[in-house]
Design a protein around this ligand. Structure first.
Ligand code: HEC
Length: 280
């Protein structure tokens, strides 16, 4: 008896599913989904060919230092790096006194209180401080940026698909919208305060192109500061801020694979040994 109920309930479920599938299919045929501008014109990030990419990728400290310089001179005006402390920069090859000087001379000071009046004040940064945000709060950040919020960049290369390549492509991707895009989707013309960028999810970004001309940053190591190079370097730096231990992770992974391979050979040898004089 119970079994019959079970079978009937199962058949009932199948009928309901088939019914909804049928109506779904009819709706799909009658009204196929409309193509969207994002679907047709959004571009996949270009490969920045960073040395940290790939199985055995490593950071290039010279490049990270150049990327830090670009962050400092260009991006820091609008974006914070709240998960990175000044002293973390020692990993890029800066000495302790250099880090101290960088923290001390950082244009944005850390929040503090006046010890006598108790009022809010600011003080110079020390190496243990994290990079201070350029705005006191979100309302101030939006007010200064046409109501858009510049995100903290510490983890941005983890928060976006193909992170470092995305940042590189975004920075070098500003252009006039294609004529075909405007013909097919007149609504995607960038509105007031927006800029066309095919790498940004909805094609119109509120950030004006931050890196626009060769030599915007003067590199000390003789590398030519082209727009492409500066974008690549800052993308490499942001890959480091999001994953400072990438090299250790890759080395540990490689070690683990070699270890397991060695054990595979040992296990195979043991198997051959145990079954040596048995026909099998
Ligand atoms: C004048 C202020 C300003 C400067 C300078 C600036 N940005 Fe931005 N940035 C913004 C704003 C505003 C947004 C938010 C855009 C939006 O949501 O449409 C943003 C967003 C971003 C995003 C996130 C895009 C996304 O997918 O959400 C990245 C990455 C970024 N900026 C990187 C940089 C880098 C790297 C630099 C330095 C080379 C830089 N920005 C300089 C204002 C700025």
């Amino acid at each position: 008896m119970v079994r019959i109920f079970g079978i009937l309930a199962g058949i009932g479920f199948v009928i309901v599913l088939l019914w909804s599938l049928l109506w779904g299919a009819i709706a799909f045929i009658q009204e196929p989904p409309q193509p969207t501008a994002e679907h047709e014109f959004h571009k996949h990030p270009r490969d920045a060919q960073l040395p940290s990419a790939g199985l055995l990728g490593k950071y290039d400290n010279q490049q990270l230092q150049r990327g830090f310089q670009v962050y400092k001179e260009v991006c820091a005006a609008c974006h914070g790096l709240k998960y990175v402390a000044f002293r973390d920069l020692e990993a890029l090859g800066y000495s302790e006194p250099e880090v101290k000087a960088i923290a001390d001379q950082w244009p944005i000071e850390s929040p503090s209180v006046n010890p006598e009046t108790g009022e809010a004040a600011t003080r110079k940064n020390i190496p243990a401080d994290h990079f201070p945000s350029p705005y006191p709060n979100e309302v101030a950040a939006r007010a200064a940026n046409n109501n858009a919020l510049p995100p903290d960049l510490s983890l941005i290369t983890k928060a976006r698909h193909d992170g470092a390549n995305y940042v590189y492509s975004l920075l070098t991707g500003y252009r006039e919208p294609e004529a075909e895009l405007l013909r097919k989707f007149p609504d995607s013309k960038p509105g007031e305060g927006l800029h066309h960028n095919p790498y940004f999810a909805n094609l119109n970004i509120a950030m004006p192109a931050p890196i626009v001309s060769e030599g915007q940053v003067s590199y000390l190591d003789g590398t030519r500061p082209t727009v492409d190079q500066m974008s690549k370097d800052v993308a490499a730096f942001l890959a480091w801020t999001a994953e400072p231990k990438l090299q250790q992770r890759k080395a540990a992974g490689l070690g683990a694979v070699l270890f397991i391979l060695a054990f595979c050979f040992l296990a195979y040898g043991a198997y051959r040994n145990v079954w040596r004089d048995k026909a099998h």
